[in-house]
Design a protein around this ligand. Sequence first.
Ligand SMILES: N[C@@H](CCC(=O)N[C@@H](CS)C(=O)NCC(=O)O)C(=O)O
Length: 307
Amino acid sequence: MSYSCVAIYLSQNHSKSLNKRISPYKQTFIRLATHYVIELFFLFRLKFIEAISFFRFLPFSGEERELELEMGLKVYADRTSQPSRAIIIFCKMNQIDFEEVKIDLSKGQHRTPEFEKINPMKKVPAIVDGRFKLFESHAILRYLACSFPSVSDHWYPNDLTSRAKIDSILDWHHANLRQGAGTYVFHGAMAPAFGLPLNAQVAEQGKKLMLSSLSKIELFWLRGDSRFLLGNSQPSIADLCLVCELMELEVVDSEERERILEPHQKIRDWMENVKRATHPHFLEVHGILYELKARLESRRNKVSTNL
Ligand SMILES: N[C@@H](CCC(=O)N[C@@H](CS)C(=O)NCC(=O)O)C(=O)O
């Protein structure tokens, strides 16, 4: 109704300014035409804006547009990085066509000027989808889940409250489990693979945070005999991110890993459930971690025999 009022007002104002020498018949016609054009604009304004914004992003030539579509999705990743693995597994699980571009962290490839253009934060993972660039693994997973129709709903449900609960775990993850496990594993075991010394004190601080995070996961999100976080029967992107993080424990000394996980049977079962639900991609993508584990183990053995 209000659109009509605006259309009438505008068309009348427009017709007032029409040349007085135009015949009344033509004036009525022009007034009516103006009225309908304005009314149509208001009715379809959203579609109109959509169309304009679509064309705004179109490259100038059809060839360029084709090239852009051919560019497809590129995932810049290093499989030794836990968030990188989560994204690769997610794409494989959901039949998302992508090109994996290896950014070797141990060779400092994330600090090159070329990669800085992809992710100015100089970290993996990052993606380029056509012309669109994105970093931060959680944001990437949400983007992929929402933009590829092949992704099953359970990964990042359409239901707002289920989605919010998953987001809440993901936000918590960064400052807790990831912060704790990442610090513990890197400074307690992985650093030599990157040419850096171990740091027992920093590793211990990380371990404390990791242990309290494990208890919280069990207490808040793995209640009862639920197979996945939040009592879900199928995994979400939160399950994938957190379990990929915990997989880092593979590279610490096996007995120590056993001591850490031994009191957390629910965590162990949940990790197995995620592995099974994402088979065979989970094991394939984690292959590099088992190679790293073997290298670090032989290094540890050498150090202990030299002592
Ligand atoms: N919050 C980021 C963390 C990314 C991150 O820390 N990536 C690490 C590998 S796991 C990295 O690229 N480190 C290289 C560096 O910090 O120099 C995400 O979730 O994507």
